[in-house]
Write a protein that binds this ligand. Sequence first.
Ligand code: MG
Length: 402
Amino acid sequence: MTRFAWGAASDTGRVRQANEDSYLVVDGLFAVADGMGGHQAGEVASHLALETLHSEFTAAGTDVLVRAVENANHTLVSRSTADPELAGMGTTLVAMALVEAAGRDAIGVVNVGDSRLYLLSDGELAQITEDHSLVATMERQGRLTAAEAAVHPQRNILTRALGIDGTVLVDSWEILPVIGDRYLICSDGLFNEVDESRIASTLRRLADPNEACRELIRLANEGGGRDNITCVIVDVVDDAGRDPNADPANRVRNSHTGGDLTVADASSAEPKAPKVPGAIRGSFTWRVGVFVAAFVFVILAGFAFIWWTGTKTWYVGVDGNNVAIFHGKPGGVLWIQPSLAEDSELLFANVPQAAIVDLKNGVEQPSLDSARSYIDNLIEQNAKTTTTTTAPSSSTTTTIAK
Ligand code: MG
């Protein structure tokens, strides 16, 4: 015997004045209808359709379900013909019911319009029903992509609805019930505002069907809430009424994205299950800590290296008229500028010709002592030049100095 657990929620949204959606939730029969028509006619249409469906679904067969939808259509057409206030009213209708097919349980599904039935099985979401809308037809014909259809300005134009014509074509399916499968019936106010990957992750994350319905409606309102939003979630559960996906161990196994790992049921009888999310959360924190420490270390090491390069070197250069020793790199390193360590007695004017260009660029030395030795060497060279050559050389250099 197939058993269900379910939840439902409906909301006017953030723009519309009234909620023209209706839903039906009785054991073994679940449906959503999205009504249309002015002056509350939409509300009447969706409500009347579900009322008729409920009363006409008298035996557990998909053909009975289809006939119940056809009868709902007749009811709507005759009411709108009789009452001018209700003229032009119509509604979508999507329903699932426990039926019998070839001597065993099955889930019968019927659809007219653009409300939808989705099936979440093994963590994967699939749309079972086909939309009877202009954009869906154009998409099937290859004239629109799914992305274009999702934002098309005429996406609310239906090609099939209840209450419009005396005859209506009803789509139907039969699906084998599998314990753990989750069904979502919803109006377009949900999937026009929330993309399917978000719907799927919400259905995977929240085991409680009522909580999942409320969260989907919250997301639709967050996305704009431009239409009425209705969700019915039906879980196929085991004989004890348990949804196997409510067990964290299964939830982790079924999860492809890892998003469900935040769900940890503390009351679970399975002792190992809650440890899985905990362990993953723990290692995550540890890894982040190591990463941050390594990052900070690299940054500090970089600063230290620049500081070391910029300050732990010396060079001999020119300070005004004198040859001088500087602490740092010629031209500086990033924000670290060289500083004057000491002036020498050697005038730049007396520097031997061969060293002039080098000194202007700065001659690097490994230590203060070696810088001093370098200058002593220049003084010595200068002394030799002045004693072995004639005066014009020094008078020429003196002129340059002035
Ligand atoms: Mg709608």
